[in-house]
Write a new protein. Structure first.
Length: 369
């Protein structure tokens, strides 16, 4: 076991991008998840279906319209946050999404029109696409960002990912590392659903912090309406489920975003294509960071990345990192962030290792790189 040391970091290298990476790791495991089966005296009786058939129907699912509200609840067992984090909107938002309860509202009308809004009380953060026009809006900051999807883009992605789309993407990436089964039926937002169960399987014998994932699939339209991630200790770590669903096309005005008078509007220009090859960028790896390296596969994959030299720690992230336990080994030393689903090590020399595994697997990956 690696030694623990109470020594403080004099000049910690990680910064707020660490938090973004940790959020991405959690969401990659949870994929904006949800689960709720309630409001019914008995489970619905639905035609039998095999896991392969259900996955096929989800992959082929298409609806002309959708309006839905999802509730997200996260209980990842994060350490207590220090009281002197200060006012850092980006950091607070990232950490806030990993705790508490949040409401996500979704509207879609085909591939060209979509809107996703995160609503916390009177504060709304939204992303709207109407054709090739995209608007990002923050009511808290009273700021709007406008961009145009280039006509040359072959297959432009929607400006935002709804819980249903995120879950569908997760299912598309299933491989041999996952056992898939159909386990009963239920109701979500008053609609009958099939319960699809995903369980990790690692040929190497490594154990994931995720015990299983349960996906709730609408029995009529085969759109995912929720998903629950269960940790290896049996705890419901992340829970999100639709509380209301309407499969009719939303009113066109939903996608006609107009910034309120007097707010700051930023025009975001699509970046021009950059030449490929090493000569296209003379900056060093320390300046730009390096591409993440993966170790292992499936549910027990460990991702190791090097942070750019220019991305130095700010006061808030320094305070946060210094509250985490200090760890060390042959790979060096750093700080350990533990949750029930994801562990992460932030090293003193600017590396980050993230995975849904025990810390020892992170240490091995860091020692390899």
């Amino acid at each position: 076991m690696d030694d623990m040391d109470a020594q403080q970091i004099e000049r910690p290298r990680p910064h707020r991008r660490i938090v973004a990476l940790l959020v991405a790791g959690v969401l990659a495991v949870g994929a904006i998840v949800g689960f709720s089966v309630r409001g019914a005296a008995a489970d619905p009786v639905l035609p039998p279906i095999t896991p392969a058939e259900l996955l096929g129907k989800v992959a082929a699912a298409h609806v002309d319209g959708l309006s839905a509200t999802f509730e997200q609840r996260s209980d990842l067992g994060l350490p207590a946050l220090p009281a002197d984090l200060g006012d850092d909107g980006e950091l607070s938002t990232a950490l806030g999404m990993l705790t508490g309860t949040h409401t996500v509202r979704v509207w879609t009308a085909g591939q060209q029109k979509s809107k996703v809004a995160l609503v916390d009380g009177s504060i709304e953060t939204s992303l709207t696409r109407n054709g090739n026009q995209v608007w990002a809006w923050s009511s808290e900051k009273q700021e709007a960002v406008h961009s145009t999807i280039p006509a040359s883009t072959k297959k432009p992605a929607g400006p935002a990912t709804s819980p249903s789309e995120a879950i569908k993407t997760l299912l598309d990436k299933l491989g041999t590392s996952t056992d898939v089964s159909v386990s009963g039926t239920g109701y979500v937002a008053g609609r009958a659903v099939y319960q699809l169960v995903l369980a990790p399987r690692d040929p190497a014998g490594l154990v994931s912090l995720v015990s299983q994932v349960r996906v709730l699939v609408d029995a009529e339209h085969f759109v995912p309406l929720g998903l629950k991630v269960i940790a290896d200790d049996g705890q419901d770590a992340i829970v999100v489920a639709a509380t209301s669903v309407d499969f009719s096309a939303p009113d066109a005005q939903v996608f006609d975003f107009r910034p309120p008078a007097g707010v700051k509007v930023t025009e975001k220009v699509a970046p021009a294509e950059r030449p490929t090859g090493k000569k296209a960028d003379n900056r060093t790896d320390k300046q730009t960071g390096t591409k993440p390296t993966t170790y292992g596969s499936g549910w027990t994959t460990v991702v190791v990345a090097t942070l750019p030299e220019a991305a130095t720690a700010n006061e808030q992230t320094t305070v946060l990192l210094n509250t985490l336990p200090r760890v060390s080994g042959s790979w060096g030393s750093g700080r350990l962030l533990s949750t029930v689903l994801v562990n992460a090590v932030i090293t003193d020399d600017g590396r980050v290792a993230v995975g849904s595994v025990e810390p020892e697997s992170l240490y091995r990956a860091l020692a390899t790189r």
